[in-house]
Design a protein around this ligand. Structure first.
Ligand SMILES: [Zn+2]
Length: 444
């Protein structure tokens, strides 16, 4: 048994509010949380300054590591370095953009081999639901994935096909049969317009209208209602779809939804002409829409904020003769999600405890990672020491992301991560990687 450690934090987010506390850490876990000034025996003692707040490490359930197969787009090492630098201590890897995609147990094993020994934070995995793999879902669940991601629209990569409405029902039925969770990229293909050529972001955004999300979220709610499957809408971007989610909540349908830092902080008009760093699907929309998403967070229709970190090499973000249509869609923000969200949340009068609920506790709960995302007895001692009032200017080349491409370049953000702790020890990016591969129900 390693000697216990005591962290004295004049400011911390515990039990949903900011308060002083003393955290007792033993064997990588939180062994107790007492009031500040409590006398606890310990081999080692750390006293935090008054200008920082101790948070639980963030849990980002929407990260594309693209590894194996497209590791040159990001990879586990870069992704988890960026996560640690951004105060994120657990990521859940998306099943696509890697080759193979995580659609059967062999592909999950390939993921685990690629990730083994290279992760600076803890990593869990989503499986994928694609046409023809219904029989693979249960074995993947038994092998430890936390749930299954599917698309209703072209995913952008040929090896991860979309489900049609019948396919969605079959997947939902199968996942419901073992009590799993189905994640859906909810845009309706028939509501999309051809992607226009040109560099004007507003044109691109107009080709993926809010109605595409509304129609798709309705289909998701219908599938959940019909099958009883727990369903989660990823990266909801259209405020117009919120009433559909709210009605489902009122009716007791087990549907939840997330949004992302970029939809909460940026709008289509922030994107300079032809700058594909801002290109994502669904697209950024207008200010009224952004206000609507904040209202959705406030009333609980949206439960969580996760990055949808989806990087690629700079060449693939270059616009050709077709303009934005030629560029890969995906925003890189894993290292910046906390600061971006906190910057905007603070302006809008939200507390740091709200951000912790959206970015740590709620995602952990949705992914059944009950030992993550909270400073509480029994949880893993994964922590983030944040200077909430300090600002910095985003310089992409100083990020840990593999490629220096991000829509936040040059922006001043508030909230500097001073230190990230994993399993009771500060993460050291110069030392060997200590992150564990998690499976449903615990490590390994
Ligand atoms: Zn994604």
């Amino acid at each position: 048994m390693t000697p216990a450690l005591v962290i004295e934090a004049p400011r911390a987010v515990v039990d949903g509010q900011e308060q002083g506390c003393t955290v007792l850490v033993r064997d990588g876990r939180i062994a107790g949380v007492e009031e500040l000034g409590a006398r606890l025996d310990a081999g080692r003692r750390v006293r935090l300054d008054d200008d920082v707040v101790l948070l639980p490490g963030l849990v980002d359930t929407h990260v594309h590591c693209n590894d194996p197969g497209r590791a040159h787009w990001e990879g586990f090492e870069h992704a988890t370095r960026a996560a640690a630098a951004g105060g994120v201590t657990t990521i859940v890897d998306m099943p696509l953009n890697s080759v193979p995609p995580t659609v059967d147990v062999a592909a999950l094993s390939a993921k685990r081999s690629a990730a083994e020994g290279r992760c600076f934070v803890d990593v869990a995995f989503w499986g994928g639901a694609v046409p023809g793999n219904v029989r693979d879902l249960r074995p993947l669940w038994d092998a430890g994935v936390l749930g299954f991601k599917c698309f209703l629209v072209d995913s952008g990569v040929a090896e991860f096909a979309a489900l049609d409405e019948a396919g969605l029902r079959r997947a939902a039925e199968a996942v419901a049969s073992f009590g799993g969770l189905l994640l859906v990229h909810a845009e309706d293909p028939d509501s999309l317009l051809p992607t226009p050529s040109g560099n004007d972001y507003a044109w691109f955004a107009a080709s993926r209208p809010p109605e595409a999300e509304v129609v798709a979220v309705e289909a998701v709610v219908a599938a959940s209602t019909a099958t009883g499957c727990r369903v989660h809408v990823v990266h909801l971007a259209a405020a117009a779809a919120l009433p559909v989610v709210r009605a489902a909540h009122d009716a007791g349908v087990p549907v939840t939804a997330e949004t992302c830092p970029h939809y909460l902080t940026l709008t289509a008009s922030d994107a300079p002409d032809g700058d594909a760093a801002f290109k994502c699907c669904p697209p950024l929309r207008d200010e009224i829409n952004r206000d609507g998403l904040w209202a959705g967070l406030l009333d609980g229709t949206l439960g969580m904020v996760v990055s949808d970190h989806s990087p690629c090499p700079a060449e693939l973000k270059a616009t050709g003769p077709g303009g934005l249509a030629d560029a890969w869609g995906g925003v890189s923000s894993l290292q910046l999600g906390l600061a971006a969200t906190w910057t905007e949340a603070r302006k809008r009068g939200h507390a740091l405890a709200d951000v912790v609920r959206w970015m740590a506790t709620a995602p952990a709960d949705r992914a059944d990672l009950w030992h993550k995302g909270r400073i509480a007895e029994g949880a893993d001692a994964d922590l983030c020491v944040l200077a909430p009032d300090e600002t910095f200017v985003v310089d992409p080349v100083r990020l840990e992301h593999r490629h220096p491409v991000t829509p936040y370049a040059g922006r001043t953000l508030r909230g500097v991560v001073r230190q990230t702790w994993l399993s009771g020890q500060p993460v050291d990016l110069q030392a060997p990687a200590r992150g564990r591969l998690l499976r449903r129900g615990g490590p390994r």
